[in-house]
Design a protein. Structure first.
Length: 301
């Protein structure tokens, strides 16, 4: 996602780094295809479920496929995004029996969402007039919701077609980023990376509100449908936060911090665990549902 610098209190580390590092520029990377590459500075991720497979995109433009085996992660393949495609957010999608990854970003100055097969082959592309900065997928409806950072709008994609349908504009947002979708509750959560807020938009009532504020620059969201909890990656705080979305007064509380350095990406995996893409450690770290650190990949980064 493309961010603008903003002088938030106590964040010299983040304001100096995030604006260039959170934008994943894959210029110069190899064409899409199978291969192996070293995991370097991971910036975004998703899982097949939450399940036992992880998909991690790093700052070199390599997408790593990891499998959870007992209490460790093992890589079983990788591919590179094509040169010229700048990724901002990603979502695993299973539709019509086909596993895939939806990656939102920009290409040739235009907002773009590309659906890739798990072996790195492009399956479908959607074009936008605005910069795509966030995406999440609803399995039951076969729909993806996409945020744009320059117009602060939300759009809906039907994976069975090619149309891009306007949903709403978050009028008071500064710069929208990552998205999480509560399909059962019909709520879309979208982070404002410049103002440090997370908005909640109800598709049933077409109303939006601030869910939580006073964050640094939230770079990833993941929704736990069973518990009604929203997880937030906040590199400025070097922490993962979580919010009870069913509470009368939702509050972002710390879920995990130590030993995180710069948690940019985050997703839910099997057994209630949380996987974190730590840019600063060039590692994926896994935490238990009880907030304890379990293990990392690679074991010796």
């Amino acid at each position: 996602m493309t961010l603008l610098s903003h002088p938030r209190r106590g964040l010299p580390y983040f304001s100096a780094l995030c604006l260039n590092l959170l934008v994943l520029s894959s210029a110069g990377s190899a064409p899409a295809g199978e291969g192996r590459a070293k995991l370097e500075r991971p910036v975004m991720m998703d899982s097949n479920g939450p399940g036992s497979e992880l998909f991690v995109l790093d700052a070199s433009g390599s997408l790593h496929k990891l499998r959870l085996d007992a209490d460790k992660l093992e890589e079983f393949g990788s591919f590179s995004l094509p040169a010229g495609f700048t990724a901002a957010d990603m979502a695993y999608a299973l539709a019509d029996g086909q596993e895939s990854l939806l990656i939102a970003g920009t290409e040739s100055g235009r907002g773009t969402v590309v659906r890739y097969s798990l072996d790195g082959q492009p399956m479908k592309t959607w074009r936008f007039r605005n910069i795509c900065s966030g995406i999440d997928f609803g399995a039951a409806s076969h729909s993806a919701y996409v945020a744009t950072s320059d117009s602060n709008e939300l759009y809906r994609l039907d994976l069975g077609g090619t149309s891009v349908d306007y949903v709403t504009r978050i009028a008071y947002a500064t710069k929208l980023g990552p998205v999480a979708f509560d399909e059962a509750g019909r709520e879309i959560y979208v982070a404002d990376v410049a103002s440090g807020k997370v908005y909640e938009y109800a598709t049933a009532t077409k109303a939006s509100k601030v869910l939580v504020a006073d964050l640094s620059a939230p770079t990833a969201l993941a929704f736990d449908a069973e518990a009604g909890r929203l997880f937030i990656a906040d590199p400025g705080r070097r922490a993962i936060l979580d919010v009870d979305t069913r509470a009368a007064n939702p509050v972002a509380a710390e879920f995990a911090s130590d030993p995180l350095k710069a948690p940019y990406g985050m997703t839910l995996i099997s057994k209630g665990r949380v996987a974190v893409a730590d840019y600063g450690a060039s590692s994926v770290l896994v935490f238990s549902k009880n907030k304890g650190f379990l293990f990392r990949y690679p074991q010796n980064p």
